[in-house]
Design a binder for this molecule. Structure first.
Ligand SMILES: *Cc1c(COP(=O)(O)O)cnc(C)c1O
Length: 410
């Protein structure tokens, strides 16, 4: 009989979102008249920008004609999209990238997972806690870890606690690690890192021959002009960092699917025999072998994000979410809660009142305000006692949810 990949059995059951669903369904069944407002999920709700929809439609029409039909494109993405991203998203930051250093994909979750293919299993990996669960679980699946302890920390991974004391920015690892995951603006805490902060990580990586996986999925939500949008704004980062970006949250592509990875040519690893080798070359090889490119209409739609109209329209959508974030953040503070994030990120990270556990606060919020959020403990043990609210909801719902919290939370 064929053997399974036993590493999958080490994973804790996908507990967080099913459990939220179960509790919300039970509440709704017992309280059919209650209007439950969901501020839990990390999914967008606004429609795509009109310029993006127009380009999407036109690209579909291209496929209906012999002259403009597009079949397989380049596995790593069309040059017209890659160059538009470089010009519009990186050049203004003072970051020069070559076309060959960027790879377009069908989303960032896959990229964050797939990148592990080109790194040896005996690399030591450091991950924040709390964290986007994909970083952790994909390392378990690929076989880099032992079993989980009772807290949910896997043997072999270095966890970097992100706490109120350190401003939710982890301290540098005390020992040597080879791969470091950083995500700014952060999901779930809404924290951002200054250039000086990122420089510490780049310096550590350069000194330790480590590679940083920089997840910038939320860079478009940065409002403070002093906060870097890309790790490559930090000197030396092109030698040690791989950056992930996504159209999902920044342009409403969660259902359309498009992302990108930047693998600068200078990022090097060593072979078994100790020679230097470029990760860019390996990633190109992996991409051309295991992927056949994001679809043509999707890449056309993504390119329209960088058109003058698309850029402006998209900015309005981001402003809409960030106004939601402001309403939530200020409303919760007025209700006496301690809140973090929500200024340069679409997530508000709040400290549960009276030392309640994350799940007890979930139940309280559901029962007393009929509002659904996400328990911080679902993102890792250091998230216990915290709670995440998302700014991706509809404005009227956000206003009503905040009013209910101000009035009813006892
Ligand atoms: C939503 C999200 C992504 C993007 O995932 P896609 O697969 O591109 O939709 C990446 N990283 C984090 C931390 C996210 O929250």
């Amino acid at each position: 009989m064929a053997k399974i990949n036993d590493n999958y059995l080490k994973l804790k059951a996908g507990y967080l979102f099913p459990e939220i669903g179960r509790r919300v369904r039970a509440f709704a069944a017992a309280n059919p008249e209650a209007k439950v407002i969901r501020l839990g999920i990390g999914d967008v709700t606004r429609p795509l920008a009109p310029a993006v929809i127009k380009a999407f439609h036109e690209a579909v029409d291209d496929l209906a004609t012999v002259e403009n039909f597009a079949g397989y494109g380049p596995e790593q993405g069309y040059d017209w999209l890659i160059n538009a991203i470089i010009e519009k998203s990186y050049k203004p930051l003072g970051v020069d990238l070559k076309t060959e250093e960027m790879f377009v994909s069908d989303g960032s979750k896959c990229d964050c997972a797939n990148i592990l293919d080109i790194f040896a299993l005996d690399n030591v990996v450091a991950i924040g806690d709390p964290v986007y669960p994909v970083y952790n679980d994909t390392n378990v699946m690929i076989g880099r870890t032992g079993e989980a302890d009772e807290k949910g920390h896997y043997k072999g991974i270095v966890y970097l606690p992100c706490t109120e004391e350190n401003g939710f920015i982890p301290a540098l690892p005390t020992g040597k690690v080879d791969i470091i995951y950083l995500c700014f603006p952060n999901n779930p805490t809404g924290t951002v890192a200054s250039k000086a902060e990122l420089k510490k990580w780049v310096d550590y990586a350069l000194a330790n021959d480590a590679v940083i996986f920089y997840d910038a999925a939320y860079e478009a939500f940065i409002t403070d002009p002093s906060i870097p949008h890309s790790i490559y704004e930090v000197e030396g980062a092109k030698k040690c960092a791989i950056e992930f970006r996504s159209f999902s949250k920044t342009a409403g592509f969660t259902g359309v699917r498009c992302g990108l990875v930047v693998v600068p040519e200078e990022v090097m690893g060593t072979t078994e025999s100790g020679e230097k080798y470029s990760f860019n070359k390996l990633w190109l090889r992996r991409t051309t072998t295991k992927f056949n490119g994001a679809s043509y209409p999707v890449q056309k739609a993504a390119a329209a994000v960088y058109s003058e109209e698309g850029w402006k329209q998209n900015k309005e959508i981001i402003d809409y979410y960030m106004e939601n974030a402001r309403i939530i953040r200020e409303g919760l503070a007025a209700a006496g809660l301690t809140v973090f994030g929500g200024v340069n990120a679409p997530y508000i990270w709040l400290k549960t009142p009276d030392g309640l556990s994350s799940w007890d606060f979930f139940d309280k919020l559901l029962n007393e305000c009929n509002v659904v959020g996400t328990p911080g403990s679902g993102f890792g043990p250091a998230g216990e006692g915290y709670f995440r609210l998302s700014a991706f909801g509809n404005r009227d719902n956000v206003i009503e949810a905040v009013e209910r919290i101000k009035k009813n939370l006892k």
